[in-house]
Write a protein that binds this ligand. Structure first.
Ligand code: GLV
Length: 321
């Protein structure tokens, strides 16, 4: 008999067809949001769960799923899952690291360039028929060459951003609770700073940390106050790492120059005041959204799930600290 699996939302078709061949598959919904009660009731008799970052798999959900053996998250971040509780219950949790590193680093650079050179604002200007001719001070922005990029969270994605930054002649400094060895720092051309020094020294601050109780509101009102008035904040990691209300205030009052956001504190809701501001670029959580990467993420999560269901150790098992 094939194992029963719940897929919360569709995968890309090819991967979903492949999964459906291997298991007894139920697709929970075609909607963007799956209510918790529905997740609980559909998961009752399932051995496997393939879910996404929009699904909250907490203690209550896990407690109501007596047959569950594997939770395969189709994302690298696992803040939507109570991983330590799952592991205590003997349930394997997997994620999709590495395959999305380059795409997410590309999007970070896109946001750095778009914010510093005001691309979206300038595009709106053209569409509104306001371009009347070249002008010496039209859409002046911040130059990258010779500036300092501060990277918060220096894992795979943070380092991929650092490698790209070299091409723009940026000086790279980083903060991470686990600093690299001198040799690794040399190889990447990056210097460690404590968080407050990084914030006050950087012209661009880019967040690449995972969301944990320790990183929640790491970028608080006080810390935003340490940044330069000309600085730009980029967040492609998780929204709650930044105090969004404090960020709005900093942008409104010109305490920082601009922000580029791919993630929000209460996704999919965006703080309404952010929508009114010209000096912020807003994206709908598309860090890993390339054809190549999303396909790899789909197959990686399916394979992790199948490995776990077969009683093997999945390739991308999330370890509990
Ligand atoms: C995307 O945000 C992911 O964690 O994969």
């Amino acid at each position: 008999m094939k194992p029963k699996v719940l897929l919360t939302h569709p995968l890309l078709k090819e991967a979903m067809d492949y999964l459906a061949d291997q298991v007894d598959l139920e697709l929970a919904t075609e909607e963007l949001f799956l209510p918790k009660a529905e997740l609980i009731s559909k998961l009752k008799d399932k051995e496997g769960l393939l879910c996404f970052l929009t699904d909250q798999v907490d203690k209550e959900v896990i407690d109501e799923a007596p047959e569950l053996k594997v939770i395969a998250n189709c994302a690298v971040g696992v803040n939507n899952i109570d991983v330590s509780y799952a592991r205590r219950r003997g349930i394997l949790v997997t994620n999709t690291p590495e395959v999305l590193t380059e795409a997410t680093a590309d999007l970070t650079l896109a946001l750095i360039l778009a914010t510093t050179r005001r691309l979206v604002e300038a595009d709106r200007f053209c569409r509104q028929g306001k371009f009347q001719g070249w002008k010496i001070d039209l859409f002046l922005g911040q130059e990258l060459s010779g500036k300092t990029l501060g990277i918060i969270g220096f894992g795979r994605i943070g380092r991929a951003v650092a490698r790209r930054a070299k091409a723009f002649n940026l000086k790279v400094i980083y903060y991470d609770p686990h600093p690299l060895s001198r040799n690794q720092e040399k190889e990447l051309g990056a210097e460690f700073r404590d968080l407050d020094s990084l914030l006050s020294e950087s012209d661009i601050v880019s967040i690449h940390a995972s969301l944990t109780p320790q990183s929640y509101h790491l970028i608080s009102k006080e810390r935003l106050g340490l940044m330069k008035k000309t600085a730009v904040l980029i967040n492609v990691a998780r929204g709650p790492i930044v105090d969004e209300k404090a960020l709005v205030e900093a942008l409104e009052q010109g305490k920082i120059w601009a922000a580029g956001l791919d993630v929000y504190e209460n996704e999919p809701q965006i703080e309404p005041k952010l929508l009114q501001l010209e000096n912020v670029i807003l994206l709908p959580h598309i860090g890993s959204a390339t054809y190549e990467t999303r396909r790899k993420m789909c197959f990686m999560s399916v394979n992790n799930l199948l490995q776990g269901l077969r009683g093997e150790r999945p390739n991308n098992l999330v370890e509990v600290d």
